[in-house]
Design a protein around this ligand. Structure first.
Ligand code: SF4
Length: 410
């Protein structure tokens, strides 16, 4: 698959760390099972949008393509259901227009007027009246993604405007950008801005994009490092995280270290950390842990590939005993005179398993009233986290039926 150096999906990274695109380019592109699952789910979405909104696919061709997709090794019933939901959401949007809008799926757009060589693919574009609407389907369920101020969506929107403005003249005045992440967000995340606002934003990022493209950008580590291909080998990130300087007092409590710490103890700094200092250290520690995990992953792969990492080797981790042929082993137990009911346990499916079995709609209709969502246990989170602060009063009343708790999800 062709990729732009400054891709829309990595815009939040290169808009901050302008050195990252050229730095990353040295490392091979990799994929993961999650990414491949996402690709397959997108194929379902595209196919269903074409069937629902266009005449470009005959019913027989649709059936053939759908059954082919269902034979893919990574296929899950959930993909079929979430792509149905995606089409339902799009249908609701289409019904919001005064007249039938134009709907297109998997549209390649070019935003190189703002970002050198910039292009990408919009999952769905809808145009009607004065509104251009873009929807991005996200199959991942790790982190909820917001459409508010989302540079990926804005770049797609700029590309879509470039493509369709010549046909619609000055009719398009507003742009709505929506992220549909049905596996973790029951609500769509949307932002609507005017075409003028969007273009003005495009102008503000032009110099940053040029800097990122030029190869003379600046390294700026942060949360965005998480998805950077150079995350383990980036010196700038290491320098920030060589919180070794900042964490120099966090030494193992050996007798020598304790003695040293006692000698170092100044008179002006209080012995006890303040809550403000703890807040700051928690933030630094988070980055440090993430960075250390990335280093570990890199070193393990390097060693497995025959490279050397000074002072480290690979060993076999812990493993549990298992049967080489479980069916044969169980048959032998029964043959030895043990009753089958003692050998097998009858277990109900989990809530998620039943939802997958029944589909979200049937599940909600038939057994939704039995679903409760207790308040999760108190968990530390940064202020930027979108969840409501934990309330002990709410904890006392938790466990209400799902229908009584707006926004509850499994
Ligand atoms: S790891 Fe972080 S700082 Fe280094 S290039 Fe990537 S995004 Fe920039």
């Amino acid at each position: 698959m062709e990729h732009a150096l400054l891709s829309a999906s990595s815009a939040s990274r290169w808009l901050t760390c302008t050195a990252s695109p050229r730095f990353e380019a040295q490392f091979p592109e990799t994929t993961s099972e999650y990414a491949e699952e996402g690709r397959l789910a997108h194929s379902f979405c595209e196919l269903k949008v074409l069937k629902k909104f266009t005449t470009s696919i005959k019913p027989s061709a649709y059936k053939t393509r759908l059954s082919k997709l269902k034979k893919e090794p990574l296929y899950t019933d959930e993909m079929d259901q979430t792509s149905d939901l995606y089409v339902e959401h799009l249908t609701e949007k289409a019904m919001g227009y005064d007249s039938t809008p134009l709907v297109n799926a998997e549209v390649r757009v070019d935003f190189s007027e703002y970002v050198p060589d910039g292009f990408g693919t919009c999952d769905c574009i809808m145009i009607g009246g004065d509104l251009l609407d873009i929807t991005d389907y996200k199959h991942g369920k790790g982190v909820p993604v917001s459409a508010e101020g989302n540079p990926q969506m804005r770049l797609y929107a700029l590309g879509a405007l470039k493509k369709y403005e010549p046909f619609y003249g000055g009719m398009i005045k507003r742009v709505r950008m929506t992220i549909d992440q049905p596996r973790i967000q029951s609500e769509l995340s949307s932002e609507t801005i005017t075409v003028d606002e969007l273009k003005a934003w495009g102008e503000t990022i032009k110099p940053i994009a040029q800097m990122a493209f030029s190869g003379f950008g600046e390294f700026k580590p942060g949360d965005h490092c998480r998805f950077c291909r150079g995350k383990a080998q980036c010196r700038a990130r290491a320098d920030v995280n060589t919180a070794l300087e900042d964490f120099k007092d966090c030494l193992l409590p050996t007798a020598k270290n304790i003695e040293q710490a006692q000698q170092n103890a100044g008179t002006d700094a209080p012995a006890m950390l303040t809550n403000d200092e703890i807040g700051e250290l928690l933030v630094r520690g988070q980055h440090l842990v993430q960075w250390y995990n990335d280093l570990e992953e890199y070193a393990l792969n390097a060693l497995l590939n025959g490279e050397e990492i000074a002072g480290w080797k690979v060993v076999a981790g812990r493993s549990n005993r298992t049967f080489s042929d479980q069916e044969a082993a169980l048959a032998a137990v029964i043959a030895a005179g043990y009753d089958e009911s003692l050998v097998y346990e009858r277990k109900p499916k989990t809530l998620t398993g039943l939802e997958e079995l029944m589909g979200k709609k049937d599940f909600a209709e038939k057994i939704g009233q039995f679903v409760v969502k207790p308040l999760g246990k108190p968990t530390l989170a940064p202020m930027s986290d979108k969840r409501e602060p934990y309330s002990t009063a709410a904890a006392d009343f938790s466990g209400a039926a799902q229908g009584e708790q707006p926004g509850a999800s499994s």
